[in-house]
Design a protein around this ligand. Structure first.
Ligand SMILES: [Zn+2]
Length: 329
């Protein structure tokens, strides 16, 4: 098998790997839990296994990872949600004799859409993932935005509700991710309901959970929304979607994309609610011309497609780092 590429998606919970042909066809994939220790060894064996032991046939390995990144070192530093907080990515892959290209995971996904997905034909793309975390990747005039450490476009930390008291994983308050990501919806729901005294006399399973001291999971809140729970409706229609519209509008206002591509399980599992909810509020906050809005066609493989796209066609904005990571010795 000649000329294959590997895409690795490093999330806080799982490591995913995909083997790709040069024209971006996914041949096979592997999903493993994030290791508790020995990250370098786990990464190496993932690369060897996805290559079927044939690392000599691999042209390059692209990696999209949770951040924050230290791009010069090719490593992750103080990541908040993974079992290991600091780990190297470029060095272990380089030790296998393979070329490596690394980017933030949402930036990689944006690049994947540009090279292989629904962003083909567009030069200005905004990719937003709403999952356990919330992040974005941006392509302006065909350039993947990188920043001094690889952390440009941290749109999850846009302030969307200055009156919120829910603290984001980064420590800030009122941040979009701190309110609307899967990990934070339970706390923001609890705060919203409590602040407004919504439970009162209303019979709601969600209220029973809250009064028992349990925070309902995002999927439970959406499930009850779909069966007409008034507390879930109020939170999702009148708050969560307003927050999402404000965050999305702020990102669109800043980057002026032709197309907005949405991914991440919270958005992908609730497409109608997002389209309707965002559609209702977006124009209120938007200053630039509204872009086309779609959901990723890669579903939950978007991370490995994005990572592979980095290897198949390296963004020019990452070229100087690629040179450092792939220096011999
Ligand atoms: Zn934050």
């Amino acid at each position: 098998m000649a000329g294959v590429y590997i895409g690795i998606d490093i999330g806080a919970t799982f490591l995913r790997a995909g083997l790709f042909t040069g024209d971006g066809r996914l041949v096979r994939k592997i999903k493993r839990e994030f290791p508790r220790e020995g990250f370098s060894e786990a990464l190496k064996s993932l690369v060897i296994d996805i290559a079927g032991g044939r690392v000599d046939s691999v042209v390059a390995v692209g990696v999209g990872s949770i951040g924050p990144l230290d791009l010069l070192r090719g490593s992750v530093v103080n990541t908040p949600n993974a079992p290991i907080k600091n780990f190297e990515i470029a060095r272990p892959i380089r030790e296998l004799g393979l070329k490596v290209i690394l980017a933030n995971d949402a930036a990689a996904s944006a690049w994947g859409e540009y090279v292989l997905g629904l962003g083909r034909g567009f030069d200005n793309i905004l990719y937003i993932t709403i999952s356990t975390g919330l992040g974005g990747g941006v392509i302006v005039d065909g350039n993947l935005l990188v920043g001094k450490d690889g952390n440009a476009h941290e749109i999850g930390h846009i302030v969307v509700d200055y009156s919120s008291r829910v603290r984001c994983g980064c420590g800030g308050i009122g941040h979009w991710e701190g309110i609307a990501s899967g990990a934070n919806i339970p706390r923001s729901f609890a705060e919203y309901v409590k602040e407004r005294g919504l439970c009162g006399d209303i019979g709601s399973w969600l209220c029973e959970e809250l009064s028992a001291g349990r925070y309902p999971k995002p999927e439970d809140i959406f499930k009850h929304y779909y069966i007409g729970d008034p507390v879930a409706s109020k939170y999702i229609d009148d708050y969560l979607m307003v927050i999402n519209a404000a965050g999305i509008a702020s990102a669109i206002n800043v980057y002026d994309p032709e197309i907005l591509i949405l991914g991440g399980s919270v958005a992908l599992n609730n497409r109608e609610v997002f389209i309707r909810g965002i559609g209702r509020y977006l124009d209120k906050y938007l200053t630039v011309r509204r872009p086309k809005i779609v959901f990723t066609g890669f579903e939950d493989n978007v991370g490995i497609y994005g990572a592979a796209a980095l290897a198949i066609r390296t963004p020019s904005t990452l070229a100087k780092y690629a040179e450092i990571w792939n220096k011999n010795g």
